[in-house]
Design a protein around this ligand. Structure first.
Ligand SMILES: Nc1ncnc2c1ncn2[C@@H]1O[C@H](COP(=O)(O)OP(=O)(O)OP(=O)(O)O)[C@@H](O)[C@H]1O
Ligand SMILES: [Mg+2]
Length: 197
């Protein structure tokens, strides 16, 4: 495989905390744009399981295997890809032209995760990760400030969000990392302490 292929940045990553709407949005954007969809969670399940974390009732993913599989799927392809998943930073940085981090008001996220039937511990863990910008920080660490945009999905329906994310991919929407500030918002609403306990 030639170096020219390896240098081609043909992947847009869509990432964010569980429940923010990555899968629904990425599917819509893929249909709108013709970009090929890679569901990182499904790829991990299919070919990168290395064990089971009984404590957290979740599977342990081998990052090395997953990265290798993603490379195989993408490298040398002329298509443009959307890779969506909670662990967006797993996509090799040299393939990534942009990462869109979907954000959601932690209070709304909490309701959505509860409605999904998540145990309270898992709800709290994910709500706190959203408050503390965990996915955003992961994306900036992996891809650099200039490649990452945030999109606040709060109050946007599925179609509206897909439109904004598709605009963000073209550089016509979204905000630089650090724009969303849930801590300030929740402090103002007097809700921060309870959520971070
Ligand atoms: N813009 C939206 N407005 C309201 N609800 C939404 C929106 N986008 C997604 N949802 C709903 O939120 C839930 C989670 O969506 P989705 O499965 O896409 O999240 P996800 O980020 O992919 O989660 P996970 O990381 O667990 O895969 C679904 O029930 C979906 O219908
Ligand atoms: Mg999903």
């Amino acid at each position: 495989m030639s170096g020219a292929y390896i240098m081609a940045k043909n992947v847009v990553v869509i990432t964010g905390t569980p429940g923010v709407g990555k899968t629904v949005t990425a599917k819509r954007v893929s249909e709108m744009t013709g970009m090929r969809l890679l569901e990182l969670g499904a790829i991990a399940q299919a070919c990168a399981i290395s064990g089971k974390d009984a404590d957290r009732e979740s599977l342990i993913i081998s990052p090395k295997k997953l990265r290798g599989r993603i490379r195989n799927l993408i490298e040398g392809q002329e298509a443009e890809f959307i890779a969506e998943g909670h662990y967006g930073e797993i996509v090799p940085a040299e393939l990534v032209k942009k990462a869109v981090v979907i954000r959601l008001d932690p209070i709304v996220l909490e309701g959505r995760l509860r409605a999904r039937g998540y145990p309270e511990k898992k709800v709290k863990e994910n709500v706190q990760a959203e408050i503390l910008d965990a996915c955003l920080i992961g994306a900036v660490d992996a891809f650099g400030m200039e490649s990452v945009v945030e999109v606040d999905s709060t109050g946007l329906g599925e179609e509206a969000l897909a439109n904004v994310v598709s605009d963000a991919i073209r550089g016509a929407a979204g905000s630089p990392p650090g724009t969303v500030n849930w801590i300030a918002k929740l402090e103002k609403e007097g809700k921060i302490e309870k959520l971070l306990q």
